[in-house]
Design a binder for this molecule. Sequence first.
Ligand code: SF4
Length: 280
Amino acid sequence: MSVERNSAVGEQPSAKTKKAAKGSNGKPESRLAMVRRARRINRELAEVYPYAHPELDFRNPFELLVATVLSAQTTDLRVNQTTPALFARYPTPEDMAAAVPEELEEIIRPTGFFRAKTKSLIGLSSALCDRFDGEVPGRLADLVTLPGVGRKTANVVLGNAFGVPGLTVDTHFGRLVRRWKWTEQEDPEKVEAEIAEIFPKSEWTMLSHRVIFHGRRVCHSRKPACGACPIAHLCPSYGEGETDPEKARALLKYEMGGYPGQRLNPPAGYPGKPAPARVE
Ligand code: SF4
């Protein structure tokens, strides 16, 4: 489970947290300074992305669970373009549990790994019907017993469909928190445990959205747009990407770059355009 002792700035570092960033005096950054800097990044990201939200379209916990399983190894956009037909055909766990695998495969084919995902979806729908009265459970310990549902998926569902705080350590989250020297861990569960010590639980879900938003729009894996990054002054990895402001601006994605977002039905307040419904 994630660790909840976190509200006091300056707690002792866990044994594995390294002081990798440099302070203004050139000395290694202290734990206290790192925690303060981390919380400042979170506050500034909240100002940059006041509209941060889950980028999967869903109307209930079951739809979010299914969409999250489908989102492995593909974009949320591709999932959002696929799920309207899927949920029209199989609106409930009962319907999906009884699906003919080949028919379900055909619908979710654009999301990739469609045979394995079909197995997971039918398996988890059957488990929901058999063990949870056809309802998605609101506890992590129950969610991770469902086929194809790991800790990351469970936290997404808990945080966004049940209001239970959760950290979503996906590829973006892991990459950014390492660039920011909040942790050096590579294993998602260890990353989750260390980040949980830096932030109060009440921040976990929105922090996850903000960090993932920033990773998708600005701090990309291969070419981070450092020269157009609103939190560059707080980032020990500034310069890892493009620093020329104009070239960096050209790297920005989604609403930050003036393009549509990933959701077909974005929440109110989203400043970008909705995604196109077409599956290419
Ligand atoms: S300065 Fe560069 S590496 Fe740091 S957060 Fe911004 S884009 Fe990422």
